[in-house]
Design a protein around this ligand. Structure first.
Ligand SMILES: C[S@@+](CC[C@H](N)C(=O)[O-])C[C@H]1O[C@@H](n2cnc3c(N)ncnc32)[C@H](O)[C@@H]1O
Length: 435
């Protein structure tokens, strides 16, 4: 059994009701925990762990249960967990009679929103309860299914031709999304000392900033040695250089200092972080480290993605929903809910005047070619990635299944995507902030 979604707290006389509630919730895939059914080993420890794991704490309330020391203990523990962990648990009281609650119980639940089974049938109240629980556990479940936490970068090297092509198309298409911000920042600065993180072959940063006249120096850092060599070959000069560097290594600060000494760079006043953070395990550490190399008025640009912002409509057969779900399970595609974390990451790292400049890239004003390019940008890489993953992990049934599904449905997706009345938004997010 996986993680607990719901802890059910009740008094013994309500056992038959709790059984019914539990059956109703579990029928809908909601994972419940209640004593004594789920107790393993020591009773008290088992209860504490279950409350600690749950996302929702449901307490069945009537006059008797509000006086039960066991129920009060459990409610107190849940309450404490909310205080300690800043709201990671939701308490949902289900009121079963109109009699007065004990003072102690009133203290805990007075200001909470109750589900009232006295003004509607218990069945309806349980439906309301289920509805509320589903809304609460949905985001947690989605992330759990995809990835519980950020992982080390799994980005493949750029030796793959298809991947290179995708990056190129993506760069062209994204220009219309973010170019204005890069131009604005370049215009704000008399001279730019640019640090580009995750520069790949240098195309992106050179297209947006590197070719501007006021570039004093540009340092691009990238873990892929081959991409770095290409970048130097194509763009290297006395003021533009690219270095191989893992941005998650322990010696990062020392390494950047070494590069600065090597090229005589005192500090940076523009940092570019485009489509990198989603690939990192600990982006906060990187942002904090990089901030130490910045001038007080330096600007940082962060572009990232959040698939929670994607919309595909109409999607009558659910093909797009399925394809986007595949993308969430694609370990090469990074952490797909990264975008929503950027504001908090920048803030925690000490950046100020954080602004979401733009979010969502949509098809409404795109011509046919642009739509095709956007389709390629997003959907062809899901397909390619699963092909690569099946090659790399031939025994992984999930990858094989997704690769097959993408293969079988790719043309249908493309046809639907290119239809005149189809609307698509991709969850790119573009932020700027100041040191
Ligand atoms: C999606 S590409 C983005 C390239 C470019 N910034 C752009 O926006 O087109 C991400 C790049 O970050 C690099 N990268 C990912 N994790 C890294 C790490 N820990 N250290 C250095 N580079 C990393 C990848 O190798 C890849 O080149």
């Amino acid at each position: 059994m996986g993680k607990t979604d719901v802890f059910l707290s009740y008094e013994h006389s309500l056992k038959s009701i709790v059984d019914r509630i539990c059956a109703e919730l579990e029928n809908d895939g909601i994972r419940c925990w209640y004593a004594p059914r789920d107790v393993i080993g020591d009773y008290a420890t088992s209860i504490v762990s279950a409350i600690d794991e749950a996302s929702v704490f449901v307490v069945l309330l009537n006059n008797e249960s509000s006086r039960s020391p066991h129920v009060l203990n459990e409610v107190e523990m849940a309450y404490k967990r909310i205080i300690d962990k800043e709201g990671e648990l939701t308490i949902l009281p289900l009121r079963l009679d109109n009699e007065d609650l004990s003072k102690a119980m009133e203290y805990y639940v007075k200001r909470m929103h109750w589900i009232d089974a006295t003004t509607q049938s218990v069945e309806n109240a349980v439906q309301e309860l289920k509805h509320k629980i589903k809304a609460i556990i949905k985001p947690a479940r989605q992330e759990e299914e995809v990835r519980i936490e950020r992982k080390t970068n799994m980005y493949f090297d750029d030796a793959d031709e298809k991947e290179k092509k995708r990056l190129k198309i993506q760069q062209t298409l994204l220009e219309s999304f973010d170019k204005a911000l890069y131009d604005k920042i370049a215009n704000e600065k008399q001279t730019m000392r640019i640090l580009d993180l995750g520069c790949n072959n240098g195309d992106f940063v050179m297209n947006r900033l590197g070719a501007k006249e006021n570039v004093e120096c540009l340092l691009g850092l990238e873990c892929n040695a081959e991409a770095v060599a290409k970048a130097n070959e194509k763009y290297g000069s006395d003021k533009i250089c690219f270095e191989e560097c893992c941005l998650e290594c322990d010696d990062l600060e020392k390494n950047i200092r070494g590069f600065c000494e090597k090229y005589g760079i005192s500090d940076f006043n523009v940092v570019n972080v485009s489509m990198l953070i989603l690939h990192l395990k600990d982006p906060l550490k990187l942002l904090k480290t990089v901030r130490r190399f910045l001038k007080p008025s330096a600007k940082i640009i962060v572009k990232d993605i959040d698939d929670g912002l994607n919309i595909a409509y109409p999607d009558n057969d659910g093909l797009f929903e399925h394809a986007m779900d595949c993308c969430l399970k694609n370990e090469l595609a990074g952490y797909r809910y990264s975008g929503r974390q950027i504001f908090g990451l920048l803030h925690k790292a000490g950046f100020r005047n954080i602004r979401l400049v733009k979010s969502g890239m949509d098809t409404s004003s795109m011509n046919y070619d642009e739509r095709e390019a956007l389709f390629m940008t997003y959907f062809s890489f899901i397909k390619n990635d699963f092909d690569m993953l099946t090659e790399k992990y031939p025994d992984n049934a999930l990858y094989a299944e997704n690769a097959k599904w993408m293969d079988e449905n790719y043309d249908a997706l493309e046809d639907a995507f290119l239809a005149d009345d189809f609307f698509f938004t991709l969850g790119f997010m573009l932020f700027e902030a100041e040191r």
